[in-house]
Design a protein around this ligand. Structure first.
Ligand SMILES: [Zn+2]
Length: 200
């Protein structure tokens, strides 16, 4: 995807100096949750107001029965621009994970298919689908609370998907086969020639 990936790495790459140092510095000081003390600890991170909001939403989601125990918020310029909770079972949408719901809502609210300059706070380490969605959305940073291991312990185990990535298509649990490449290439060729396309 050429341009798209280079743009992606340009946004997500660590050399920008907007990585982990940011939460321990000015960004968090904005909320008075912590000073720029270099002895920043995991305990203080737990007091992050955005993650606290995501955790609150995840608890509400369990109580309401609308979906799994997951929530996410998207933050830009110190403000929450979108919230998302898991809606898989209540909307019969297998892709309605909290991160995807939050990303869709943030993109809609910001009127942009890229979440440049945004931070995503999710209550659990993203699954492979959400990780893909995150890379396509290109936020500046992602923070998570529970680990994938924590999720596996309560029945949300995504190891299978990671294992499937390693297998040839024919050996995947859901086998994949190729059909009609020549015909399908017509759309790619039309895209290449299109002068007024919106790249992403
Ligand atoms: Zn997910």
């Amino acid at each position: 995807m050429g341009v798209a990936w280079s743009a992606c790495y340009g946004t997500l790459g660590m050399p920008r100096g907007s990585g982990w140092d940011r939460i321990s510095g000015a960004r968090v000081a904005t909320f008075g949750a912590a000073s720029s003390d270099k002895r920043w600890s995991a305990r203080n991170e737990m007091k992050n107001p955005f993650m606290a909001r995501a955790i609150e939403l995840s608890l509400e989601n369990v109580k309401s029965g609308r979906g799994g125990p997951f929530a996410a918020v998207v933050v830009k310029d110190g403000k929450i621009v979108a919230e998302g909770t898991n809606r898989v079972t209540s909307t019969n949408d297998p892709t309605a994970h909290a991160e995807v719901v939050a990303i869709r809502e943030a993109a809609r609210a910001l009127g942009n298919f890229e979440l440049a300059g945004c931070d995503l706070y999710t209550t659990c380490e993203p699954c492979p689908m959400c990780l893909g969605a995150i890379y396509w959305a290109r936020p500046a940073k992602v923070y998570f609370a529970n680990t994938a291991h924590d999720a596996a312990k309560i029945g949300f185990d995504d190891r299978l998907i990671y294992e499937e990535f390693q297998l040839p298509h024919s050996r995947k649990r859901i086998p994949m086969g190729q059909l009609m490449r020549e015909e399908a290439l017509a759309a790619f060729q039309a895209w290449e020639k299109k002068h007024d396309k919106v790249k992403y």
